[in-house]
Design a protein around this ligand. Sequence first.
Ligand SMILES: [Zn+2]
Length: 260
Amino acid sequence: VNLVQHSTVYCTRANPRRDPLGIALHNTVTQVLVAPSPNGSWHYEVDRDAAGTVHQYINDKDYAWHVRACDEWRPPWVVWRDTRVSEANSCTVGIELVSFAGHPQCPAGYLPYTDAQYQATKELLALLYQRYGPLPIVTHGSLQLDRTDPVALDLARLSLVWRGDGYRFEEETVVEDTTPEERAEMQPYFEMLGVPVNMETALMKRAALAYKRGETRGPATSGEYPHGDHVRQDFTAGTADFDPATGGVGWVELNLERAA
Ligand SMILES: [Zn+2]
């Protein structure tokens, strides 16, 4: 990620500094970069330039002023940590994407987010996940009654998957990251489950991601496959990807007993 760091006085210093518990996404309602002000501030801002430059104004562990209130929805992980700012601000890192999207005074001025912004935002989320683990990710509009942003942001394109208390960033690069030995280990398991063993498909990548993480909610189906039934769980969540009209994907929800 192409990161440029700035400083601003428009934030609240945390003492002691604390790791964020979540991430809130916004759009700026401008078509150019805008700096924090007494009216609002944020940790990161993803520009519309060709490089998708990310500007950072505030330390992750200090508080920005980007969510006034959780008067529409208060996720369970939002808790008061510092009463000098709103509870959401005391828990979240704020990320703004520069876009005019949905500006009420400029309905024709909608600017879709650029490819570079999507890419840079994914890299920024990956960086935050490296630092703090799989933080829940929410939109400003889901928290606060009088906000709808980020307008028209394609969350699936950011590899965000809904997990009940927020989205999680699940970058599907695991297939490229797997070793030949790991692929050889996975292949018979996927074949047994009826998963199409095609390294290029999203279904395969998602299953491989779950497999590598060892996500499971039940006992192993056989001693050879210690990760249990996470593939079925993962694919149950992914049935929307299967298009019976084309028949191209070739996966149907599977009964493990029958398969075994
Ligand atoms: Zn916002």
